[in-house]
Write a protein that binds this ligand. Structure first.
Ligand SMILES: C[S@@+](CC[C@H](N)C(=O)[O-])C[C@H]1O[C@@H](n2cnc3c(N)ncnc32)[C@H](O)[C@@H]1O
Length: 282
């Protein structure tokens, strides 16, 4: 379909959907719903405002019919070490879908593995940070959120470590779907048990933990002058000491830090941000 026609069809769909929701819900609340929904492949994920919870089925069905999608879910919590999403089905069928983003296919089962639409800019950034001569360890690869852009666009060799067997099985599928099996070595292990016969140029730590054991492990794996992409959550009140804490962990391994990049990725909870900090470990 021509781009102009596609935009026209989408605008028409959104207008129809808004008008339909407005038959039962005040305008400003409809706007809230329209701003917060997410679409992953053929699945729509809704946040239902508390004050309209009695209209949950009406709202779900409105999206379902407007998008003619496979399933509409109600957003829930992502819990535990394996980051399992607890989303309730409002209408439709399967929780398995393939989401296409930046030319990459991510297959997932949203009853078993998470996918954060809010991290899109970070996934796109990872497509541009590495080069073909690099050896990279993605310590928490999940279904391949960062591994796939690093391998597909950076053409780097990536060791993708993932402990959750469900995420790991989608990682295997996604490596094949994106034809990067010659560059990715997937391992269904705890990253703390990984040992290598090479020093990594780059390490990705895409898991929130205040236990410094993961960062210490990354320092054992990365070469002098190698880069770490360190994700964590930081409360607004303690943001000023976040980098200092990372620096003290590096000192425990006699490594000096060279900060490269810091960004707030998204709000995680009230007053708390998901941040990424890139630095070299000398
Ligand atoms: C939060 S998810 C990845 C999110 C992704 N980086 C993003 O930002 O969208 C973290 C992954 O780490 C895995 N994980 C947790 N602890 C682990 C460990 N010790 N070793 C390897 N993988 C682990 C979880 O199963 C999960 O798939």
């Amino acid at each position: 379909m021509y781009f102009g026609l596609k935009v026209y069809v989408e605008d028409k769909r959104l207008k129809g959907l808004r008008d339909h929701l407005k038959t039962k819900i005040p305008d400003q609340d409809v706007e809230k719903i329209m701003k917060s929904y997410e679409k992953l492949g053929d699945i729509i994920i809704l946040s239902i405002p508390k004050e309209h919870y009695n209209l949950r089925d009406f709202i779900g069905k409105s999206f379902y019919e407007s998008y003619k999608c496979q399933t509409v879910l109600e957003k829930g919590h992502i819990l535990g070490e394996f980051r399992i999403p607890y989303y309730k089905k409002i209408i439709g069928g399967d929780f398995v879908t393939i989401h296409k983003e930046n030319g990459i296919l991510y297959k997932m089962d949203l009853s078993k593995v998470m996918f954060s639409p809010g991290n899109v800019a970070e996934r796109i950034r990872m497509a541009n940070v590495s080069s073909s001569d690099e050896l990279i360890v993605d310590m928490f690869s999940g279904i391949g959120y960062f591994t796939l852009p690093l391998a597909k666009y950076g053409k780097s060799k990536v060791w993708a470590l993932e402990k959750n067997p469900d995420s790991y099985s989608f990682l295997l599928e996604n490596i094949n779907l994106n034809r990067v099996s010659d560059r990715v070595t997937p391992l269904n292990i705890d990253c703390l048990d990984f040992s290598s016969d090479f020093e990594a140029d780059r390490i990705v730590l895409g898991y929130f933990s205040n236990d410094e054991k993961f960062l210490l492990k990354a320092l054992d794996l990365v070469k002098k002058g190698g880069v770490l992409h360190y994700h964590n959550t930081v409360s607004e009140k303690s943001e000023h000491i976040f980098k200092k804490n990372v620096e003290s962990t590096l000192l425990k391994k006699d490594r000096d830090i060279e900060p490269l990049y810091y960004r707030k990725i998204k709000k995680y909870s009230p007053g708390v941000w998901h941040v990424v900090f890139d630095f070299k470990a000398h």
